[in-house]
Design a protein around this ligand. Structure first.
Ligand SMILES: [Zn+2]
Ligand SMILES: [Zn+2]
Length: 142
């Protein structure tokens, strides 16, 4: 029983230290954040408004293990482009997500059951280039 109480206090102690630390560093961070925001605004953006490294549907910047869920279809070839469907990322696909899923082409909301239709090209430097054609709402009607 005594051990439990000590553990509890220890937990609170650690929590307080973390709180105090984050509070003191928050002031510094504010300045850094403003700088970072300016830097990311100046960052390269594709003509369709999709930023590299971000989910093309909700615009969330993705960190390493997170990937955009997409399906690449067979057929076509890598130079002429392969049809691919982009479903979204973990942030906008999860059931309790509040992220708006917007189509970069028509700017309308895409339902969770919908997806983006895109062409994927392989560039000569082996990097992938994805050209978004539209979503299940606007591309279908064309
Ligand atoms: Zn997303
Ligand atoms: Zn659309």
């Amino acid at each position: 029983m005594n051990l439990l109480i000590i553990c509890l206090f220890l937990g609170i102690g650690i929590f307080l230290v973390i709180q105090a630390f984050s509070f003191s560093s928050r002031r510094k961070k504010k300045k850094q954040k403003a700088k970072k925001a300016a830097a990311s605004a100046a960052q390269k953006q594709y003509p369709d408004g999709v930023k590299p490294g971000c989910c093309p549907i909700c615009g969330t910047p993705l960190v390493k293990p997170e990937r955009v869920q997409s399906v690449v279809f067979e057929g076509g070839n890598e130079r002429e482009g392969r049809l691919c469907h982009i479903n979204g990322c973990v942030h906008c696909l999860s059931a309790d997500s509040v992220k708006k899923r917007l189509c970069p082409v028509c700017r309308k909301e895409i339902p969770k059951t919908g997806h983006l239709v895109a062409m994927m090209f392989l560039r000569s430097d082996k990097s992938h280039h994805v050209h978004i054609l539209g979503c299940t709402e606007c591309h279908r009607k064309r």
